[in-house]
Design a protein. Structure first.
Length: 155
């Protein structure tokens, strides 16, 4: 299964240093739209408002902080279920570059991951030499940042 990182996912990966190992749990293009309310990186360029560009960059870089782990982690590095009845196996708890605690599970033997409750859409995309990307069907973030995108604040 292959998945596109989309413009925002590519933007996230481009923010990482190229000479260090990272794993990034990138939200799918749909997750950027649905959860973070981001449409296209170039929308603000068409209306001439540089502040929109700055806000988009700030959101994407903040999500990167929650989603990037300073080490390589392939789906195969997460233990598979030990028994057929066991649904998940827990990997060691990781810490993102912003300090968010990240727990990854192998959902099943096909290699799909669940990270902090968010299922993967595609795993093990290799970018550069030392960057592993997993496309997620949601966004990893802390509770405070999540509240800022809650629908109760939408008018």
């Amino acid at each position: 299964m292959t998945a596109s990182l989309g413009e925002f996912g590519d933007m996230m990966v481009s923010m990482l240093p190229k000479n260090l190992a990272f794993t990034v749990f990138v939200p799918s293009p749909e997750s950027f739209r649905r959860v973070l309310k981001l449409q296209r990186p170039n929308d603000s360029a068409t209306n001439g408002n540089g502040a929109d560009d700055d806000a988009t960059y700030a959101v994407v870089s903040r999500v990167l902080g929650f989603s990037a782990v300073p080490r390589r982690l392939r789906a195969a590095d997460v233990a598979p279920p030990r028994h057929r009845q066991q649904m998940v196996a827990v990997a060691p708890v990781l810490e993102s570059v912003s300090g968010l605690r990240i727990s990854a599970w192998r959902r099943d033997v096909d290699g799909a991951l669940v990270v902090n409750g968010v299922p993967s859409e595609c795993v093990d995309i290799v970018k550069e030499r030392d960057i592993i990307v997993h496309v997620m069907a949601g966004v990893l973030m802390d509770a405070e940042f999540e509240r800022s995108f809650s629908s109760e604040f939408d008018n």
